[in-house]
Design a binder for this molecule. Structure first.
Ligand code: FAD
Length: 396
């Protein structure tokens, strides 16, 4: 029970980090609170950047691909045809594939072990885990990775702040008959959410329709209302199933690392808030954060330095979200209308995980985008806060 690395949380970011550290010759153990590896079903849309990390996982985890993205505001819409299609994967399949890779690389995975506390110990740290019977298990380790999600117990124990969160809810539905399965659509309606609604086909017959909000209360009611309004509720039941949880949001002031005695404690994935806040996508960015932690631990370098490229990317999305939060429906119409053929081509070639180096080109491709700046400044100067999701009454 003495390890070079203890990783808390057997999800995508944690398992990826564990595998790479084991491949680098470390003795690694992953500790997971769940009794078995059985993650809740979650349909994810991710960029093709995922294949740069896991080219060999195409066959086992790919459900479907999306070629066209339709962006719809209240009075207009535009379409972007992606050069490399977005990928639809199921989170459980990804986690099972990563767990198999971790075990093949020599990682030990322990289930039914909830992280409880950590203290300084000799050259590293001593960690207390508990099982469902509340029995205590103690292990010692040189360093720790906290990959335990949005309400990270590791972060809490070492005094690192949690990221802000928002609720996300998606309904699994039968794909509407007239819907092209290669098309994903997002709807902007600032009267209902400062984020957006979406429909993502996950096969030729099924889709998920979802919403990111600000308040958990009545998310299901708001989503049902949207399903009815758009005519997606053609069967007796609104949805075949629901998938929902809170999702972390990136915040530039969050610290992703600290030390307990000589042990480095690095947070990765949702625990560190490594989520693109424009689209609330955290799968690829969480794994990129885990890759930075692996480099920091294997080369004994500063985590901040290894995170620099990801931080730049996430900060760009954070700035864009701050701007988007100040748009009303008229401004969204203006934004969507300003997606001219040159902007369409730009968006078709550059995916959401690779924007930081190229986003400066946008105002040159469409100077009209700058016309939105005075409106945003005005809203900021007037002190108008970003619109929260309207909590509607059931009778609405
Ligand atoms: C409904 C929904 C839809 C989403 N859609 C998308 C999408 O389309 N695209 C996208 O990129 N992202 C999406 N996301 C976000 C994405 O799923 C997350 O960013 C990603 O799963 C985070 O992975 P992670 O490895 O950081 O942690 P998590 O997946 O949160 O896993 C944390 C793990 O730690 C374990 N754990 C927690 N506490 C302890 C403890 N004390 N001790 C031991 N183990 C512990 C948990 O059991 C869990 O296994 C979505 C999220 C939701 C909720």
């Amino acid at each position: 029970m003495d390890w070079d690395l203890v990783v808390v949380g057997a999800s995508s970011a944690g398992l990826y980090a564990a595998t790479e550290l084991a491949r680098a010759g470390k003795r690694v153990a992953v500790w997971e609170q769940a009794r078995t590896l059985n993650p809740a079903r979650r349909t994810l849309i991710v960029t093709p950047h995922l294949w740069k990390i896991f080219p060999h996982l195409k066959t086992p985890i790919l459900l479907h691909t999306i070629r066209d993205l339709v962006l719809a505001s209240s009075c207009t819409q535009t379409r972007v045809t992606l050069k490399d299609p977005d990928l639809i994967i199921e989170r459980g399949a990804l986690i099972h594939a990563l767990a198999a890779e971790a075990q093949a690389a020599g990682v030990s995975i322990f289930f039914d072990r909830r992280f409880c506390a950590i203290e300084s110990w000799a050259n590293g740290a001593k960690i207390e885990f508990q099982n469902a019977a509340r029995e205590k298990i103690f292990v010692t380790t040189r360093d720790v990775i906290g990959a335990d999600g949005v309400f990270s117990d590791v972060a809490r124990a070492v005094g690192l702040q949690h990221p802000p969160t928002v609720p996300i809810l998606q309904a699994e539905i039968e794909l509407p008959h007239n819907w092209n399965p290669a098309v994903t659509q997002v709807w902007f309606d600032t009267a209902e959410t400062r984020f957006f609604y979406w429909l993502i086909p996950e096969s030729t017959t099924r889709a998920v329709v979802g919403l990111v909000g600000d308040a958990s209360a009545q998310m299901r009611h708001i989503l049902r209302r949207f399903l009815e309004r758009e005519g997606f509720m053609h069967s007796r039941h609104a949805a075949l199933a629901y998938q929902g949880a809170r999702i972390a949001l990136y915040e530039p002031r969050l610290k992703p690392a600290t030390k307990i005695g000589n042990a480095r404690v690095l947070l990765v994935g949702d625990a560190a808030g490594h989520v693109k806040v424009t689209t609330v996508g955290g799968t690829v960015s969480g794994i990129l954060g885990a890759a930075a932690a692996v480099r920091a631990l294997t080369h004994n370098t500063a985590y901040d330095k290894e995170l620099r490229a990801l931080t730049l990317e996430l900060a760009l999305h954070w700035g864009m979200r701050a701007a988007l939060d100040r748009l009303d429906n008229r401004a969204y119409d203006q934004l969507v209308t300003s997606v001219n053929p040159r902007v369409q081509e730009f968006l078709s070639e550059h995916n959401r995980d690779e924007m930081a180096g190229v986003a400066w080109q946008l105002p040159f491709l469409q100077p009209g985008l700058l016309a939105l700046v005075p409106r945003m400044l005005w809203q900021t100067l007037c002190g108008r806060p970003p619109k929260p999701t309207v909590a509607m009454q059931p009778q609405d």
